[in-house]
Design a protein. Structure first.
Length: 71
């Protein structure tokens, strides 16, 4: 089992450049899950997602700063 990002980095890059879009789940301010399709831009193990400061997504992440990504 991989213990460092470098152990799976090549496979990660292959998947994220081939599939591109992923499902992202956040938790809303009432504790309910919400999923959407996004196109993250990856810089190593850091993913960047553009959003407006007042979007539902930004409010969810401000309240609960964790997301789940599925490719």
């Amino acid at each position: 089992m991989p213990t460092q990002f470098s152990d799976l980095e090549a496979k990660f890059k292959e998947i994220t450049t081939r599939i591109v879009w992923c499902t992202v789940a956040t938790v809303d301010t009432a504790g309910r899950p919400r999923a959407r399709i996004l196109h993250p831009v990856w810089d190593g193990s850091t993913g960047w997602i553009a959003t407006g400061r007042q979007s539902h997504k930004a409010k969810h992440i401000a309240n609960t700063p964790y997301v789940s990504l599925t490719y």
